[in-house]
Write a protein that binds this ligand. Structure first.
Ligand code: HEM
Length: 504
């Protein structure tokens, strides 16, 4: 083993010196110590966004470099350089890092998230989403489903509250997750898998298993990502499960949905009208058609993109409001003034609820659901902020650190929605100065933003309008555990448990 280590270290150094002499003379950004072969793996903590923010502070540098095995990482911590990566030079940096998980999740890079932006199908899929799923008129068509799901969620909580007599302890995360999932799956392919009203027993169970497995797989470290030359050996056997179980299960699941829909179209004598996004995808004509495998990959992306991020944001928003009861009361008063106390919040109320929107923005500043955004990549050597960016670098923007930077925000540690009153949505999404980039910006900007901009305030507004929220008995608001846990996305470490009572 020692001999293998020595030989590989020698070869690796040789390789580095070749690339050094052929690339620019700029230095690498500062960062943790890189050991031969292993790189900085053992320095990076379980919360990489926090670790890199500390490194940026330690070196007084807005860019930090680390190496995971053979793969260089460049992490950006300033709005100015974030703008370069995401917007002004995004053609260079909008590639995606190839990885074991990405390859299987995307059915071999057939999807939107992991396909490279230079690929014509990527542009086509983004256009179809933008023009058929996220336009104001298509979102208006799916409004009734969202409202039904919200009403069902409120009824479930209310009946639990009535059963318990008054205040009861609610685990918010599963309820919000199931609500988001139902909204997404109904909009995409007309089915729902959670709650009392569905009748899809076995299909729902398969769907849940796939989602659980994907969550577990996305958090795993694969040796093949750190040392691409070892990928074929799958030494730790981590790829086997993805290749042999998860990917085929996803493929069977989505293939069955597509086959069922095609049969329906056949029986109906064609597609009469678009009931959901799957109908739109299957009715694309001439040069615009997309293959079944692309449709599967896209549906899977949209389910993944639209469910966890929303759940995380809403759980953090509720946590912050429980920790700040005065703000909760202010939001409830705003909603009461607009909606009254005899009905639930509706989408048409949203333009009149600026404080609820401000709470969502402040939550995104403190707790961006994907704190390092999704990894970008450059296949060729480049430069940023006066530093060298080696070819094959994964480039990440630390949205979490920018949101808490005292040079960018006054009192960044304070949760204060008032700072966003009067801020328009255009300033919020990849705002001009790039201070707040939870949805990213440029070519890779989250295409689901128009939906999230409705779904988040609607769900939060409905939950705080219908119920009072407080910490469980014996805890003070200021004692609420606000620790984070990291996968690709950043949940509360301890799922929120809240004391809930109904107010309508
Ligand atoms: C990409 C955030 C909701 C679908 C992304 C990215 C971020 C993000 C940071 C990566 C951008 C980059 O690579 O620079 C969020 C947040 C959400 C949200 C904070 C809500 C709280 C949604 C929804 C959908 C969605 C509702 C769909 C229904 C996608 C897709 C991509 C993406 C498909 C990949 C785009 C591409 O690579 O071209 N999102 N998202 N997201 N999001 Fe979202």
């Amino acid at each position: 083993l020692i001999l293998v280590y020595v030989i590989t270290t020698f070869l690796f150094r040789k390789l580095c010196s070749i690339s050094k002499s052929s690339s620019s003379d700029l230095p690498l950004p500062p960062g943790p110590r890189c050991w031969p072969i292993l790189g900085s793996m053992f320095h990076i903590s379980k919360l990489p966004h926090q670790y890199f923010a500390q490194q940026a502070k330690k070196y007084g540098s807005p860019i930090v470099h680390a190496r995971l095995g053979y793969s260089p990482w460049i992490v950006v911590h300033s709005p100015e350089i974030a703008m370069e990566v995401l917007k002004t030079r995004d053609m260079e940096f909008a590639y995606r890092t190839p990885s074991v998980f990405a390859e299987h999740f995307s059915f071999g890079y057939q999807d939107l998230i992991f396909r490279n932006h230079t690929d014509a199908t990527w542009r086509h899929l983004r256009k179809v989403c933008a023009t058929s799923l996220f336009t104001t008129s298509s979102l208006r068509l799916s409004a009734a489903w969202r409202q039904e799901e919200i009403s069902a969620m409120v009824s479930t909580i209310r009946s639990d509250a009535i059963k318990s007599g008054s205040t009861f302890v609610l685990k918010a995360r599963p309820l919000i997750y199931e609500n988001n999932m139902n909204m997404m799956s109904r909009m995409l392919f007309g089915k729902k898998y959670f709650g009392k009203a569905h009748s899809l027993g076995r299909e729902a169970a398969t769907f849940r298993t796939i989602q659980e497995q994907l969550a577990a797989e996305s958090a795993k470290i694969h040796l093949g990502d750190l040392f691409p030359m070892l990928r074929g050996f799958d030494l730790l056997g981590t790829e086997k499960n993805l290749r042999e179980r998860v990917r085929p299960a996803m493929e069977n699941f989505f293939a069955a949905i597509i086959a069922e829909r095609k049969l329906q179209h056949h029986l109906d004598g064609g597609i009469k009208k678009h009931a959901d996004f799957l109908d739109v995808l299957l009715s694309l004509k001439d040069g615009d058609t997309v293959s079944d495998i692309c449709i599967m990959a896209l549906l899977s992306d949209l389910m993944a993109g639209g469910s966890d991020t929303g759940t995380i944001s809403l759980e953090w928003a509720l946590s912050e409001l429980i920790a700040h009861p005065d703000q909760l009361m202010k939001a409830q008063q705003e909603i009461d003034n607009v909606v009254g106390q005899n009905r639930l919040v509706q989408e048409s109320d949203l333009p009149y609820l600026p404080y609820v929107h401000a709470i969502i923005k402040e939550t995104m500043r403190r707790h961006p659901p994907i704190p390092l955004l999704l990894p970008h990549y450059t296949p060729v050597a480049s430069h940023l902020g006066g530093y060298k960016v080696p070819a094959g670098s994964t480039v990440m923007v630390n949205a979490w650190a920018i949101g808490r930077d005292p040079n960018v925000w006054s009192n960044p540690e304070e949760f204060n929605p008032d700072r966003f009153l009067g801020v328009t949505d255009t300033q919020f999404v990849g705002g001009k100065q790039f201070q707040l980039v939870p949805f990213s910006a440029g070519r890779r900007q989250c295409p689901g933003y128009p939906l999230a901009a409705i779904q988040l305030p609607l769900t939060l507004g409905s939950l705080i309008h219908a119920f009072n929220w407080g910490p469980p008995a014996g805890q003070k608001p200021e004692d609420l555990d606000m620790n984070e846990t990291f996968g690709l996305s950043c949940h509360r470490a301890v799922p929120l448990q809240a004391a809930v009572s109904y107010r309508l």
